[in-house]
Every structure is written in structure tokens, then in C-alpha cells.
Design a protein around this ligand. Structure first.
Ligand code: APR
Length: 238
């Protein structure tokens, strides 16, 4: 369905949930995962993004995330991140709840005051003992990087395939209570995030997808087939 501001019907009572994926950071210069030239074309998921891969070759996994973390130093938020931060500032966190699958920090650097990073964050690492201390981290992790709280070994604070994303109870609660749901720059193939639009839809929410690849989007969803950094600054969502 083509975008139509009247039918979007935003009111003072409305509450929005926004889900972003790798496409939101593409215009900042960070490769997506599944587009041509994407990260998973050059790396085997099972080697670098699973608990089994980490057990088998921790150095390879640590170095993979060191490279991702180093990339962040050379990129900046783009107009998509900035527009979403401005929207959240206007509406407040209660009425504009932002969930990202991205592990970069570009929403935060754009000024978003609330960002639920459901797949973890590159700029955090956590210890491997059951206390799960999470610490802010910049730079290069090695096998010798120890937890400042308990001296145990550390791992990237990333949700790998086979692991449960963070804060799922809060996410489900927000999805059940939203009136508007927007998903931007995600291929919608990785669950549970891929199922969020259906949960929001069954709560009666209006749904908007922004993606330059409009294939596979249900015809009942509003669809904007454009890059996020071009579409978002021009849209009146609230
Ligand atoms: N603006 C908006 N969308 C874009 C842009 C852009 N400029 N460029 C590309 N896209 C879209 C692509 O069309 C694609 O649908 O972004 C999507 C990127 O999809 P994926 O690479 O699959 O990324 P994502 O959906 O975020 O992946 C989900 O999978 O690999 C795991 O944990 C990782 O969080 C990731 C999850």
C-alpha cells in the first residue's frame, strides 16, 4: 500500500514502535549482512556468530568483532538516524520506542535517548562467568582482556545465532500496546525480530515498511521503496 499520511492517522493517543536493521546504517558506510557484498558473503555465520564458533576459535570471533568495532570510528550517523532521533525527541520515549537489531552505536550518537539494542552492542563486552558483568569497551579485545569486576574471561556483548535477544519481555509488551509500527532497513528473515510486525498487526497497529527492496512486504503494510536516509527526513510520521 502506498504511503498516505491521512490513513496513517497519527493522533495524540498514538504510540509508535520502530524496528531498525542493517539498512539504516548502510548509508553511513556499514555493510549490511545479506545484500550483495554483505558481511555474510565473506564470513561463515557459524564460524563468527555462534556460541559454537566462539568455543572452537575464540581468537577468530574476537578479531571479527574487533574489526567491526574499529569500523565504527570512521563512520557517522546519517539522516535516517538523525530523523529518528528528532522524532523520538518530539514524541518522548513512551510514545516512540526504538528497537534496533544493529550492534553499531549510530542511533545513540545521533541523539536517540532510548535505544533497545536487542542483538547487543559492539562497544560492550561481558564476562563469561555467571555474573554476566557487562562493561563499556573501546578498542581491541584479546583473550587476555579480563573482567574488571571478577577477572574472568570476556566475550563480545553480542547475541549470536541460537541465543535469545535482550529484553524480549519488554519488547513484546511494547508491541502489544503500540498503535503504529515501522520497520526500516531489515530483510525480515531473522526471528524473533522478523515476527514483530505480525505481533503489532495483531494488536491492531498500522504498519509501515521503509526499504529500497520492497519485495515480500505484505500488501496491507504501507510501503516506501526508498533508502532510509532519503525517505525519513521527508516524512511526517507524527
Ligand atoms: N535504507 C533502507 N534499507 C536498506 C538500505 C537503505 N539505504 N540499504 C539496504 N537496505 C535493506 C536491504 O534491502 C535489506 O532488506 O536493508 C536490509 C538489510 O537486511 P540484512 O542484511 O538481512 O540485515 P538485517 O535485517 O538487519 O539482519 C538481521 O541478522 O545477521 C543477523 O544479527 C544480524 O541483526 C542482524 C540480523
Amino acid at each position: 500500500m502506498n504511503w498516505n499520511e491521512q490513513e496513517w492517522h497519527w493522533t495524540n493517543e498514538s504510540r509508535m514502535v520502530i524496528l531498525t536493521g542493517a539498512g539504516v546504517s548502510a548509508e553511513s558506510g556499514i555493510a549490511t549482512f545479506r545484500d550483495s557484498g554483505g558481511l555474510w558473503e565473506n564470513h561463515r555465520v557459524q564460524d563468527v556468530a555462534t556460541p559454537e564458533g566462539f568455543i572452537q576459535d575464540p581468537n577468530l570471533v574476537i578479531e571479527f568483532y574487533n574489526q567491526r568495532r574499529a569500523e565504527l570510528a570512521g563512520v557517522n550517523p546519517n539522516p535516517a538516524h538523525l530523523s529518528l532521533a528528532a522524532l523520538q525527541k518530539k514524541l518522548g520515549e513512551e510514545r516512540c520506542f526504538l528497537i534496533t537489531q544493529n550492534i553499531d552505536d549510530l542511533h545513540q550518537r545521533a541523539g536517540s535517548s532510548q535505544v533497545l539494542a536487542m542483538h547487543g552492542e559492539l562497544k560492550k563486552i561481558r564476562c563469561l562467568n555467571n555474573k554476566n558483568h557487562v562493561i563499556d569497551f573501546e578498542g581491541k579485545q584479546t583473550r587476555d582482556t579480563l573482567c574488571p569486576e571478577c577477572s574472568s574471561l570476556m566475550r563480545p556483548h553480542i547475541v549470536w545465532f541460537g541465543e535469545t535477544p535482550f529484553e524480549m519481555d519488554l519488547i513484546f509488551e511494547r508491541l502489544r500496546n503500540c498503535t503504529h509500527f515501522i520497520y526500516i532497513g531489515t530483510s525480515s528473515v531473522v526471528y524473533p525480530a522478523a515476527g514483530f510486525r505480525d505481533i503489532a498487526r495483531s494488536s491492531g497497529a498500522k504498519i509501515l515498511c521503509i526499504n529500497p527492496d520492497g519485495s515480500g512486504v505484505p500488501s496491507s503494510d504501507f510501503l516506501i521503496v526508498e533508502k532510509a536516509g532519503e525517505a525519513l527526513p521527508a516524512l511526517k510520521l507524527a
